[in-house]
Design a protein around this ligand. Structure first.
Ligand code: Z7Z
Length: 400
């Protein structure tokens, strides 16, 4: 273990990207939060934060805690990125504001209002298939099936090869961590998926009415170049699938673990709009990401030098007892606003309305038809350097 030069900064030597930690992060977060507002992770030579207040302040100050040097462990000013940087995630203003503006106009409220009835019908049909059907894997049959049905369609992706999206996203989210075994295995698996994704993002392969082609319309209007358009379409594919797959999977898992909360929701369906936020607070799909300091900056009484990486444990902030009463309790009556599950600040999840809509139509379809979500086996975790992910979730949806 290397100590930090500043003796006032606690040094932690556990491997936060090791299998043990990734398999059971919540049991280790107390140690991180308890270390102090700022700590040093000696294995990786980076700083860390796990408390709500400091993470919130860090994400707010985008001038000091920048994204353009990467939001993973790798510093783009020193290492070649795994793939050409995202024009949204891995940029700062002013580039970020321009690209985000293009995407925001596409993922608009009116676009989503049109989608709701269509997606509700899809969700109803999917739920009809799983209710009363005996034990099944809710990851494959629901958490993956639903986004893979509706999302590629709205983007206007080619019909063939959509299953490449999951392998690609797995590697993308693993790439924010170290070059460990988890990353290397997923990278090898994603080689052909990355090729498919690159082609799917080309203008000539997109369907005419989808959100993908709308990005190219922005290029035609002079708001971005053709090359930028392809990379912005790639952002939809990178950030839009695995996040919602695991968000839905973790939410179903939360109810399976807490059957009284499912009963409560069935008694008070008006709570439906709040459920997804509490599910993300209680079990955050995106567990962590980094920022890089653009200058020497004082944090909690210590100086963090320019060019430092800081790992932000969003999922730990979401269970910080300094912020949340009884944080370990999944409680759908709680007001979970202020959670970090969609991030915070100028980079806060652009697609969150899409994710919310997906979760809402699934819950709305389930509420009248599912009396109980019962475990039919042990959940199987899929270790990922960034995401809290399920490989399988054996459950039975008991008909009402
Ligand atoms: O733009 C992108 O390619 C992109 C990829 C990943 C955007 C966002 C994300 C992301 C989402 C990263 C949530 C961390 C957490």
């Amino acid at each position: 273990m290397t100590m930090h030069a500043d003796a006032s900064i606690p040094s932690i030597d556990i491997d936060v990207f090791g299998d043990d930690f990734l398999a059971a992060p919540y049991s280790r977060h107390d140690l991180l939060r308890g270390a102090g507002p700022l700590f040093w992770l000696s294995k990786y030579g980076v700083y860390g934060m796990a408390r709500h207040q400091e993470i919130s302040a860090t994400l707010k100050d985008w001038q000091t805690f920048i994204s353009s040097r990467g939001v993973g462990l790798s510093d783009f000013s020193r290492e070649k990125p795994w793939r050409p940087p995202s024009l949204l995630l891995e940029t700062d203003p002013p580039v970020h504001d321009r690209t985000r503006g293009i995407m925001k106009d596409i993922v608009s409220l009116s676009a989503l209002q049109e989608l709701r009835p269509v997606w509700q019908a899809e969700a109803d049909a999917l739920i009809d298939r799983v209710v009363g059907a005996g034990p099944l894997d809710a990851v494959a049959e629901l958490a993956q099936a639903f986004p893979l049905r509706v999302f590629p369609q709205i983007i206007g992706l080619p019909d063939e090869g959509r299953d490449n999206l999951l392998a690609y996203a797995m590697a993308t989210f693993n790439a924010f961590g170290p070059r460990n075994e988890i990353f290397l295995v997923s990278e090898a698996k994603a080689a052909s998926a990355a090729q498919w994704v690159a082609q799917a993002c080309e203008r000539r392969n997109l369907k005419p009415d989808g959100w993908g082609m709308k990005v190219y319309a922005a290029a035609d209007a002079g708001r971005c170049t053709e090359e930028e358009a392809a990379r912005l379409v790639r952002s939809f594919l990178s950030a839009g699938v695995d996040t919602t797959v695991n968000g839905i999977g973790n939410m179903i898992h939360a109810f399976a673990c807490n059957p009284a909360q499912w009963e409560r929701l069935r008694e008070r369906p008006a709570l439906l709009k709040r459920v997804f936020d509490e599910a993300l607070r209680w079990d955050s799909t995106v567990q962590t990401f980094f920022r890089t300091t653009s200058r020497d900056v004082e944090v909690a009484g210590s100086t963090v030098p320019e060019g430092s990486k800081i790992l932000l444990f969003l999922a730990a902030a979401n269970r910080d007892p300094r912020k949340w009463p009884d944080p370990e309790k999944f409680d759908i009556e709680r007001v979970a606003s202020g959670h970090m599950g969609f991030g915070f600040g100028i980079h806060q999840c652009l697609g969150q309305m899409v994710a919310r809509l997906e979760a809402e139509v699934i819950l709305a379809a389930m509420l009248p038809k599912v009396r109980e979500i019962r475990f039919a086996g042990d959940p199987v975790r899929l270790l990922n350097n960034t995401l809290h992910s399920l490989e399988a979730l054996p459950v039975e949806f008991i008909a009402a």
